[in-house]
Design a protein around this ligand. Structure first.
Ligand code: ZN
Ligand code: ZN
Length: 411
């Protein structure tokens, strides 16, 4: 891969995506397969003035061994230090920020007991929730970005030798993340400005609900939570620092009301859950709850996911992404939600973001539930937008506005 582009990418992610501030602690999660990229990020972090950069190596093959060979009860019983190792840095007076570099093999856990995997992940997420609140509530700057992994590259470009597939995946990532422009910082500044303008218009309309239809049969009405806001492009932390939570990001998203979603929706892209693919799926909602569902591939896994907990069968996010997004235009199916969710409009099963409610960051989960914001241990984005999707909005004053026409912004 082009070393110069890789350093541009790392610099952009750390200095604009995370926006590391002087004296902050900076936590980098990176797969063990990508040490050079972690080192590039560490360098960029110190250049930005980080007090200390902490790298947390992640190893899917190791996780698979744990999942396969350790007892479920032992996997669920986390040690207090596992949570403290995050909280100690989050509670440091100098604050912290975090970058998660993903490079997942989409089939990393294929063939394992899906129920066990799900229950263990749920227990871990529940125990780590005090840390996750820091990112879910934008209390600190956080960013998720991806680099290629051999298993992932082979999945995206089957039939190519792994080296070539890795090379090709780097090229596509550089392309869709606007790194090949040679000036990603400027390209992202322009992109963020345009996305913010759409977001502001959507907020100005004061929408009560949105209605989505597509030729595949999708006919979905999503009522918005009370005091719901549209967010997108960049976010602002508790300390007032602007950051980009996902690289790439093309979406403008809001909080559905957990009891006001009705109709049927068809998935338009396969979806990777716990390392396995769910494909050709659809769900029917009544009063916010999934009452019927199906999938051509891994229907049992879809059912498993929707029953993770009481509210996993309700949605916490509705997001708009035009069909002209660089990710869809690349023509590549990434088998990775971070990219694929930015190729199409999507919904997310499970928890909603408190930041999608006016003043939500300072509310308790009970207060947020009251507003209609869903809560769950999961947040799973699934793609539902098509090139022919139409979306209209119903304003609180009864007026109708056109939001999407033929898969593109209509305003
Ligand atoms: Zn989203
Ligand atoms: Zn999401």
């Amino acid at each position: 891969m082009d070393q110069k582009l890789m350093q541009l990418y790392a610099d952009f992610i750390v200095k604009v995506g995370v926006n590391v501030q002087p004296r902050q602690n900076f936590i980098v999660r990176c797969p063990v397969t990508m040490p050079e990229f972690a080192h590039a990020c560490v360098r960029a972090g110190y250049e930005a003035g980080a007090k200390r950069v902490y790298v947390r190596w992640e190893d899917e093959r190791l996780s698979r061994l744990d999942m396969e060979l350790a007892a479920e009860a032992d996997l669920k019983a986390m040690q207090p230090f596992e949570l403290r190792s995050w909280l100690d840095l989050a509670e440091d007076p100098d604050g912290c920020c975090t970058l998660a570099i993903h490079a997942s093999d989409p089939e990393a856990y294929a063939g394992l007991d899906a129920g066990k995997l799900n229950r263990v992940n749920l227990a871990r997420r529940t125990m780590l929730k005090p840390w996750q609140e820091y990112t879910m509530n934008d209390r600190i700057q956080w960013c998720v970005a991806s680099v290629p992994a051999p298993g992932w590259a082979a999945k995206v470009f089957p039939g190519l030798p792994v080296d070539e597939a890795m090379e090709k995946l780097w090229d596509v990532i550089f392309e869709v993340c606007r790194v090949t422009t040679g000036a990603p910082v400027k390209a992202w500044r322009d992109h963020v400005a345009k996305t913010k303008a759409r977001r502001d218009q959507l907020n100005a309309w004061q929408l009560d609900s949105v209605h989505m239809t597509s030729a595949n049969g999708t006919d979905l009405t999503v009522g918005l939570a009370e005091d719901a806001t549209w967010e997108g492009a960049s976010s602002v932390s508790e300390r007032g620092v602007e950051f980009i939570a996902n690289v790439p990001t093309e979406e403008v998203f809001t909080a559905p009301h957990r009891e006001r979603v009705n109709g049927i929706v068809y998935g338009t892209r396969p979806y990777v859950y716990n390392g396995q693919l769910i494909d050709g799926w659809h769900v029917t909602f009544r009063d916010g709850k999934v009452v019927e569902q199906g999938a051509e591939k891994n229907a049992d896994l879809l059912a498993e996911m929707l029953s993770t907990d009481e509210n996993a069968c309700r949605i916490g996010e509705f997001a708009l992404v035009p069909a002209s997004s660089p990710i869809r235009k690349s023509g590549v199916l990434f088998y990775n939600t971070l990219f694929d969710e930015n190729a199409a409009c999507h919904i997310a099963f499970g928890a909603g973001y408190p930041t999608n409610i006016v003043g939500g960051r300072d509310m308790t989960r009970a207060q947020l539930l009251e507003k209609g914001l869903n809560d769950s241990a999961i947040h799973e984005d699934v793609m539902v937008g098509a090139v022919d999707s139409h979306i209209t909005g119903l304003r609180k004053n009864g007026e109708k506005v056109e939001i999407f026409k033929d898969g593109e912004w209509a305003f």
